[in-house]
Structure formats: C-alpha cells, structure tokens
Design a protein around this ligand. Structure first.
Ligand SMILES: [Zn+2]
Length: 443
C-alpha cells in the first residue's frame, strides 16, 4: 500500500500532505497475442497481407492510441511463441539470457521481473490472462499481487479467456483497488491465436475450423498457397475479425477513467502469425523468425510523451526499461535499454522455438535464427540446411555483399556462439498435453 493512500484516509490530520497531487500514473501493459503489426491499421500496410483491404480501418481504438503516442513502426519479438516472448518483455532479457526454449519451460529464478520492480516502486500489480500458456507454474506471475487466470474455454487441453472476459475482469480489478493507489495492470488478449472465429458475423472472412486449416495446409505444401488463394483470403479475413474484436475490447478497457496522475499505456504483440507466406508452414508461429512471425505492434502513450513514429527497428527486450523510465525509474533493468530518443536501434537477436530439442547442445541450436538492426535483417535456418538470407525488414531483398548485412551476420554468429546449456524440464502429463495441443511439444 502506498504512503499516499495511508495519508489520504486521515484527511483531518494530514490535509497538507493530501494537497499534493499523486505523482504515479497508472500503467496498462496490454499484450495482443499472435498479432502481426500489419493487422493494425495505423501501420498503413495491407492488413495481414490482404491488399484488397488496404486503407480500411480494422482497429480504430488501437489506431487512435497510436496517434496519441509513440508508434514503433518496426518492432520485433525475439521469439515467436507466447511464453518466451512474454518472458523477454517481463525481464528485459533475450532468449539466450532467459534459456526458455519454448512454452512449458518456467522462468528461471534470479531474473528480476517488471512487476517485481514496479511493485517495489509503489505500484499495485495485477494481471488478467487470456491463455494458459502463461499460467502461474511458468513463473511469469512473479511480482504480481493479483493474477487472474480464470479460463472459460477449453480446446482439447488448452485453456483460454475471451477478450470480453479479459476486459471485464481488468475493469473489475481496477474498480477493486484502493482509492488513489496507482496500479500496474497487465492485460493479455489471446483471441487472435488460432482457430479464428471471432464472435458475431465475420466482416472480413469466414470463421475457420481446424479441419479447414489442416486441408489448406496440405494444399499449400502440395501446390503452393496460390492454389487455394480464395480460401486463404477468407482465413486472413477471419484472423482480422479476431484482431478487430480484440481492438473493440481494448477500446472498452481504455475508456475507463484515468487515475489522478494520468496513465501510461504500452501495447505490444508477443509475436505474429504466418498466413500463407511460407508454403511448407503456412499457418501459425514458432518455427520461423520471418517478419510475419516476429514483426509486431508496439505503442507507448504516457503523460508528456510527444507523439511520433520511430522507423528504426527495436526489440521487445527494451520495452520494460523504456516503460520504467517513463514511470520515473531509470535504473538498469535486465539487459535492455531505454528506447527514448533512439536513432539507430541495437542488434535484435531472434530465435525460433520449434522444431525442437537437439541435445546435448542448447535446445534451439538448430532452429531458425535471425538478427535485425536498422532496416536490415539476416535469417538462417540450420535445421533446413539453408544458406543465410539477407533482406530488409519490409521483406524486400538486400544484396548479400552489403557490408551492413555482413556485419549483421557476424553479430548473429557471435550471439549463437554464446548459448545456454541444454535444458530439460519435467512437465506433468496435463501440461504436456496442453502444450502439445498448442503445437509447442514435438512428440
Ligand atoms: Zn503468443
């Protein structure tokens, strides 16, 4: 409980203390699971690859938020899966520093979390989850006073809450806090994760079921996704319907009254989603670090923060230090940096979380890896025995003899040379089955 609250319940004795306005704003950290940057209209791209929808507003609430703050046009997730990416956001550490190969491997002890820091700084900390991928045994709940993982939907062994439920519970948590106490709220919206079937009639596509995805996957692998393009467009539209649904629920959350010291809002996507860009793996995420799977939305809004757009690439590792600096805590956090005023961002390592273990080395040693800096990226996939690919962050080709590409590749190789040891984990049968249903367990 903050000293401000303690003073304010004794107004007759300490009125002069209460005359000072609260100085800590509320903080909302909003996670858009499985959300590609191009799905947010403010990014000005063809939504999820749908050129026919270019210029159409899909996400009015997030667009308005982006225009009132700083929008990072080229933000990248370091890992294309839920737990690893959120662990990076919560600790300011990259995948090797975290040693989380994929979902189901709990956050190791000794890593300070964002919630722990903000709690120590005087914020009440509360979280509302949309998926069991971040359930309490995964350890990312550290530092939260309240952690709501009430799930209403079970898909085989996967547990989820809808965006409406997440917003309802987040509002209830805000209303339940003591008056005047600043709150750090983490709200996790999972709906954009497959299967894509938003409530109500689809605006952009027909709801999809797993059987359709299985059939289209087979067709893409056999003849290329172009062979089933009309149906692929429907799937992309169904995905956008989910994103639009989440946008409406985020808008309802953001419509809640601000605290007396205002509000910091940070919105991010934990990873993207392939929607036909790769014929061998046309849907989902986990095995690729291509922009479809790693280019994510990132928006900061804070009292006094001038609106703007940052064009150089940034990574989610730096989200927490940037947020903390806006909240007045400029002490080092994790291995990240404060992105304020950044001109050319740092090298951003990325690592896929599938196809799986290859003991005795680091679990992900053979997986696809990448490095991003500025407007360039390099990707290599040892498990496919493919040579390194150089490209710009927008997907356009970059010449391999570009000195910047060579420098980036050297940076990637140096990062790969310093990997954690193989990590085995004991999972109970239910957890294993749940993760298998999500596609995160290999056998
Ligand atoms: Zn996710």
């Amino acid at each position: 409980m903050s000293s401000t609250r303690a003073l304010c319940i004794l107004p007759a004795l300490l009125a002069c203390a209460c005359a000072h306005p609260p100085t800590k704003p509320d903080i909302f950290l909003i996670s858009l699971d499985t959300t590609r940057a191009d799905a947010i209209s403010a990014w000005g791209m063809a939504p999820a690859g749908r050129r026919d929808l270019h210029g159409q507003v899909i996400t009015p609430n997030l667009d308005a938020l982006a225009s009132s703050g700083v929008r990072y046009a080229w933000a990248f997730a370091h890992a294309p899966s839920t737990l690893a990416s959120h662990a990076t956001v919560f600790t300011g550490l990259d995948p090797h520093q975290l040693a989380i190969p994929r979902n189901g491997f709990p956050l190791l002890p000794g890593r300070e979390t964002l919630a722990e820091r903000l709690k120590a700084d005087g914020w009440a900390t509360t979280a509302v989850l949309g998926s069991s991928s971040l359930a309490r045994p995964m350890g990312v709940d550290r530092g939260f006073d309240a952690w709501d993982e009430t799930f209403s939907v079970t898909r085989r062994h996967r547990h989820e809450a809808t965006a409406t439920e997440v917003t309802d519970r987040a509002i209830a948590a805000l209303n339940a806090r003591p008056a005047g106490e600043p709150v750090f709220l983490f709200a996790h919206y999972y709906d954009a994760h497959g299967p894509y079937h938003a409530p109500g009639p689809g605006h952009f596509g027909a709801p999809t079921d797993p059987a359709t995805i299985t059939r289209l996957t087979a067709a893409c692998r056999a003849d290329g996704c172009e062979s089933v393009e009309p149906e692929m467009e429907q799937v992309r539209g169904a995905y956008l319907d989910e994103v639009a649904y989440v946008d409406s629920e985020v808008g309802r959350l953001l419509a809640q009254p601000r605290g007396p010291a205002g509000r910091i809002v940070v919105v991010f996507g934990d990873h993207g989603e392939l929607l036909g860009e790769e014929a061998k793996r046309p849907f989902g995420h986990g095995a690729d670090v291509d922009p479809a799977a790693t280019h994510v939305p990132l928006i900061f809004v804070a009292p006094g923060l001038a609106p703007g757009i940052v064009q150089t690439a940034v990574g989610l590792q730096d989200l927490a230090p940037t947020l903390l600096a806006l909240a007045g805590d400029t002490r080092p956090f994790g291995a990240g940096i404060d992105l304020a005023g950044i001109v050319e961002g740092p090298q951003i390592p990325m690592e896929a979380t599938q196809p799986g273990a290859n003991a005795p080395g680091w679990n992900n040693r053979a997986n696809e890896h990448g490095m991003v800096q500025g407007d360039e990226m390099v990707i290599e996939a040892p498990w496919l025995d493919e040579p390194a690919r150089y490209q710009h962050v927008d997907g356009s080709a970059a010449p391999p003899d570009d000195p910047r590409a060579q420098t980036l590749h050297q940076g990637l190789l140096a990062w790969l040379a310093d990997t954690p040891p193989f990590r085995a984990v004991q999972m109970d049968a239910a957890t294993r089955e749940g993760l298998k249903a999500l596609g995160y367990v290999d056998e």
